[in-house]
Design a protein around this ligand. Structure first.
Ligand code: SF4
Ligand code: SF4
Length: 385
């Protein structure tokens, strides 16, 4: 099958090897993180516990937060320096307005696409300039990330680090930032080696196809670099490990499925249900229908959502999603980590499953490729002790 950017199948029939590889590589990443970042995360954990005694964030999650910081610093800090206060303010305001939804959303998206291309769109390989590790530069980076609207939950986590770093002596602050950037350097090289076979076409996509996304609202989303794919892959594994116990203790399970898994959007007869749609099983070969059948066997329900943002914006009023429900969030690589961070923030126990490849018409493919997941991994999530 044609690979747009990534494929967990690596030219095989299934993605079983990917799940073996990602588990091994994540072990290596966490071991290395201890060397690079262990001292900082211990101290930060004590600081967070002092101000929020019930916070249950694990050390591994803090490692991941600093890895996010380092990777985003390397990829975007050069672009962040170029963003002036005026456009930054306008873009951040548009992001807030968009999150409220409503009839204005398409017009807001049109304006955001235009402004994002002019003021935010990374220069890809022409500009590999990165800012030096300094607290004032962290603020510049966070402002840029916020203005994109693509990193809401990453920004929330990193803002806490920013507050912490601000009160540290200057030398300590620089050391934390420099160590996370150095760790990201190590990660970029190693992840190419371990995970590169699963992201073979990201660079080709960025060079040849991504220019067609200019002036669109998804110009930043579709322009994510290869290292960010790897970051999200490792992040999904770290979060699944961290949230597993809480997920297992939930009474009910709900798989939240993106509409791109449906075999034919035009012919789909799914019925409105909660904040999404319920599959009625109208097509035997549809991946959603197969998942629904698996759900009958393993005891989970399936909810189709047009886009993950509809889940985020409506989870509070959705009777299908309550705190005793464990969510299995299914999405393509670039959406998973922000989704996982969001669910953690709102107190929902979640596990995530990556689409084996991306393919929706809105972002990735002219006609739209129906997407699929690894059902054996789904079973593992539900059955493994
Ligand atoms: S099987 Fe379900 S998801 Fe697939 S097309 Fe039919 S109703 Fe839609
Ligand atoms: S391919 Fe990714 S971005 Fe597109 S609908 Fe599916 S999960 Fe969402």
């Amino acid at each position: 099958m044609y690979t747009i950017t990534y494929s967990l199948r690596d030219n095989k029939n299934n993605s079983d090897d990917y799940y073996f590889d990602i588990a091994l590589f994540t072990n290596e990443v966490l071991g290395k993180a201890q060397e690079f970042l262990g001292a900082y995360t211990d101290e930060y954990s004590s600081y967070i516990k002092a101000i929020s005694p019930h916070d249950n964030t694990s050390k591994e999650e803090y490692f991941f937060e600093l890895l996010i910081l380092g990777v985003l610093w390397k990829v975007y800090s050069g672009d962040a320096l170029e963003l002036e206060k005026g456009p930054q303010h306008i873009l951040s305001t548009l992001v807030s307005l968009r999150q409220k939804g409503g009839l204005l959303k398409p017009s807001i998206d049109a304006v955001r696409g235009f402004l994002s291309t002019i003021f935010l769109s990374p220069d890809l390989y022409d500009n590999m300039f990165t800012l030096s590790p300094a607290v004032k530069h962290l603020e510049i980076l966070l402002n840029w990330l916020e203005a994109t609207g693509e990193f809401k939950y990453e920004v929330a986590r990193l803002t806490k680090w920013h507050k912490y770093i601000e009160i540290k002596p200057k030398e300590d602050a620089v050391n934390i930032l420099a160590s996370s950037i150095a760790f990201a350097d190590w990660f970029e090289d190693k992840s190419d080696e371990f995970l590169g076979k699963y992201t073979p076409n990201v660079d080709r996509y960025l060079n040849e196809i991504r220019p067609s996304r200019y002036w669109n609202e998804d110009v930043i989303f579709c322009g994510r670099r290869r290292v960010e794919y790897h970051l999200n892959m490792v992040g999904a594994e770290i979060m699944n490990r961290a949230f597993k116990k809480a997920f297992q203790h939930t009474d009910k399970k709900l798989a939240v499925v993106p509409a791109c898994m449906c075999i034919s959007r035009d012919k789909c007869q799914a019925k409105p249900y909660g904040s999404g749609l319920s599959c009625i099983g109208c097509m035997k070969d549809c991946s959603v229908n197969k998942l629904k059948t698996l759900g009958h066997k393993l005891g989970f329900q399936v909810l189709i959502i047009p886009h993950e943002s509809s889940l985020y914006s409506s989870w509070k009023k959705d009777s299908t999603i309550k705190e005793d429900v464990g969510i299995i969030g299914i999405a393509c690589v670039l959406n998973l980590v922000s989704g996982g961070l969001m669910l953690k923030e709102v107190g929902i126990a979640a596990q995530c499953v990556l689409l084996d490849y991306c393919g929706c018409k809105k972002h990735w493919h002219q006609e739209g490729l129906p997407t699929e997941i690894n059902e054996r991994y789904m079973e593992k999530i539900l059955l493994d002790p």
